[in-house]
Design a protein around this ligand. Structure first.
Ligand SMILES: [Ca+2]
Length: 291
């Protein structure tokens, strides 16, 4: 009997010992596995980031490759005459109207886009576009209302989240009034867009604005006059963003501040080159409302 009891105790002790050793195995082996897992997760994260970058680059490069078939002026990316429609008359990267925007023929020989403070034009084609180190934008505008809010004229996003913009101020602002405006680009060394500000643009009057960037120098011309600002703000490529080109609002605006434009915008031209002073003068001389 005693022998049987001893045998039973031995069996129980053996089982406990065995369970203990089984239980200890994963505890001892867990740390290397966790390390391995963390390493794999890190590699996966790195790979995912690389693939995202690659995808953006490929999409951007595909977009850039479209611009070799145009019969328009050399270097132009898109041209919106806004005479009878919202189409790009060079490369067919048409703008889509959203909200209160229409073509107005009452204000000049040819049409212009009228914005009632609730609408905009959006060009999704330029999402992820590689803007590079040669860029110009030309636009005519006449502000007629909505003076209590900042107002985007043309851009590809809001302030730090886009990569270039031209925007007007608001009444009561000590920084930028509703009859002043500014512009800027976003590069790796310049994360925000107010490189030029407090440039005069009286209401109810047509103005011509051109911003150019050559990878080193940012220039801003208003009514064919070069403006003074932070010309040496930026260097390197303008950042690519997954945001559309927007006309008539400061990107998507911000919560409580949509920053729509009220008035007329006309003859919007985007270039993948730096306009010369002669080219800027020629654009200006065509005149407001005549384009
Ligand atoms: Ca027009």
């Amino acid at each position: 009997m005693a022998t049987m009891m001893l045998a039973a105790i031995f069996v129980v002790l053996s089982l406990i010992a065995t369970r203990g050793s089984v239980a200890q195995f994963p505890v001892q082996g867990l740390q290397p596995l966790q390390d391995q897992c963390a390493h794999l997760q890190e590699e996966n994260s790195h790979l995912t980031g690389t693939l995202d970058q690659l995808e953006s680059c490929v999409q951007g490069c595909l977009r850039n490759s479209f611009f070799h078939q145009t019969d328009c002026e050399p270097g132009i990316l898109a041209y919106y005459p806004l005479d009878n429609d919202f189409k790009d008359h060079c490369n067919a990267f048409h703008a889509t109207p959203q909200g209160g925007v229409s073509i107005d023929h009452a204000t000049g020989q040819n049409g212009a886009a009228r914005f009632d403070g609730t609408g905009k034009l959006v060009v999704d084609f330029f999402r992820l576009y590689q803007w590079g180190t040669a860029f110009s934008i030309s636009v005519w505008f006449k502000r007629t209302g909505g003076f209590t809010t900042y107002s985007g004229i043309v851009n590809n996003g809001y302030h730090t989240t886009g990569s270039w913009e031209i925007r007007m101020g608001r009444s009561g602002s000590t920084y930028l009034t509703h009859e002043e405006f500014g512009c800027g680009v976003v590069t790796a060394n310049s994360p925000a867009t107010w490189d030029f500000s407090s440039v005069d643009a009286p209401s109810h009057t047509w103005h011509h604005a051109v911003m150019t960037y050559d990878g080193f120098r940012l220039s801003f011309y208003v009514n064919n006059e070069p403006q003074h600002g932070n010309e040496n703000c930026c260097s390197g490529p303008i950042l690519a963003r997954n945001t559309p080109v927007t006309i008539g609002q400061a990107g998507p605006g911000t919560v409580g501040n949509p920053e729509f434009f009220t008035g007329l915008i006309d003859d919007v031209r985007l270039y993948g080159k730096v306009l010369s002073t002669e080219e800027i003068a020629a654009l200006y001389s065509r005149g407001a409302g005549m384009n």
